[in-house]
Design a protein around this ligand. Structure first.
Ligand SMILES: *Cc1c(COP(=O)(O)O)cnc(C)c1O
Length: 368
């Protein structure tokens, strides 16, 4: 019998804890706590404490968070910023929003930015590297940090997809001078709308970011900078604080699902699987996505759709430099090849083990 397994199950975010959400929403609304209230401060504290950083600054979304972090870190007109082209356009937008020049780089076999390709793209104008901690995996940070030190480049991480991921025991988002996480509903921690957070250990970046996200106003409500309105919504902060209270369960379930996928699919020669959860002690991946590469990818995708299984090709099937009208004229062979083969299988905590067996059985059948 066919199951219906959507790629992501949006209603379940709420329905899985309906009573708790109803209670907390009633509480926030009854307090009239809409803007800049204690729920934000408490959630910021929880995130900073968990990641072991000095500052966490709630913002309206991660795109704004990256824009603000770059600005607070001192980006100037014409500064070149190297980023992996296998990312959401938001990474590049944050650069362009600051009149910087986005310089797309190629990816390595784990789909994160290739440090060797970063080297090839450095010019006199290069000022920043923005590694993207993609699919719940941290980039290969040792060589990236080394390059940054050698060429005096500032790292701002796009860690939108990787809250809780670690590389050599260190959390994604804590390598650079600042980074931003996304709480878009389909992210590991998913708000009931848009939300994001900036983290940093740098007092100056923290203070500027706090001002920038609230119309450039300081603690005394005096306007000291040209800012914007990108405050984290207080109701969303309360929702996120509740979700964060069981974050470890969420991560463990995602890792267990990844393990199951890897075990069930490992003998199919037509597939390239992401590194499994225990494949290397250097990496602790949180599996925001489970992105495979597949021969006859489009055939597999439509076969799975016929079986009631939703899949997705990330970013509508194109790397940032492949959106021609953005004018980023460069050729990135690994990224381009990957986009003919990549496919994301369902990956969220509302999947049962039976769902995973059903999905993997259908994939095995397809290649038989
Ligand atoms: C989701 C995402 C963003 C954007 O986050 P928003 O909160 O939607 O602004 C940026 N970069 C990456 C890699 C993402 O996955």
């Amino acid at each position: 019998m066919n199951r219906a397994i959507p790629f992501f199950n949006y209603p379940q975010i709420y329905l899985s804890h309906k009573k708790e959400y109803n209670d907390l929403i009633t509480d926030v609304l009854s307090r009239g706590a809409f803007i800049n209230q204690k729920d934000i401060t408490e959630f910021e504290y929880d995130i900073a404490h968990y990641l072991g950083v000095k500052h966490a600054i709630g913002v309206a979304n991660c795109t704004d968070g990256l824009t603000i972090a770059l600005k607070a870190a001192g980006i100037q007109n014409g500064d070149e910023v190297i980023f992996p082209s296998h990312t959401f356009v938001a990474t590049a937008e944050a650069i362009v929003n600051n009149n910087g020049i986005p310089v797309p780089a190629d990816i390595a076999s784990d789909h994160t930015i290739d440090p060797n390709d970063i080297m090839k793209r450095i010019t006199k104008k290069t000022k920043f590297i923005m590694p993207v901690q993609l699919n719940g995996r941290t980039s290969n940070m040792d060589p990236i940090m080394k390059i940054a030190n050698e060429y005096n480049l500032t790292i701002i991480e796009d860690s939108a997809q990787s809250l809780g991921a670690k590389y050599k025991g260190k959390f994604a988002g804590t390598f650079g001078r600042a980074s931003s996480f996304s709480f878009y509903p389909a992210k590991i921690l998913g708000a009931f709308g848009d939300a994001g957070i900036i983290i940093t250990n740098d007092d100056d970046i923290a203070q500027k970011s706090r001002f920038l996200k609230d119309h450039g106003r300081n603690e005394k409500n005096e306007v000291v900078l040209w800012g914007m309105n990108s405050r984290l919504d207080n109701l969303q902060a309360a929702i996120l604080k509740f979700q964060f209270s069981f974050f470890n369960i969420t991560i463990n379930r995602r890792r267990a699902i990844a393990e199951l996928y890897n075990n069930n699919l490992k003998n199919i020669p037509q597939l390239t699987l992401p590194p499994g959860p225990d494949s290397s002690t250097d990496y602790f991946d949180v599996f925001q996505n489970y992105e495979i590469e597949a021969e006859n990818r489009d055939g597999l995708k439509s076969h799975l759709a016929d079986c009631g299984i939703g899949t997705l090709i990330q970013w509508s099937g194109k790397a940032v430099h492949q959106f021609e009208q953005l004018g980023l004229k460069v050729s990135l062979p690994f990224t381009e090849k990957m986009f003919t083969r990549c496919l994301m299988l369902p990956m969220h905590v509302y999947l049962s083990d039976d769902d995973i067996y059903y999905i993997t059985e259908k994939i095995i059948k397809f290649y038989e």
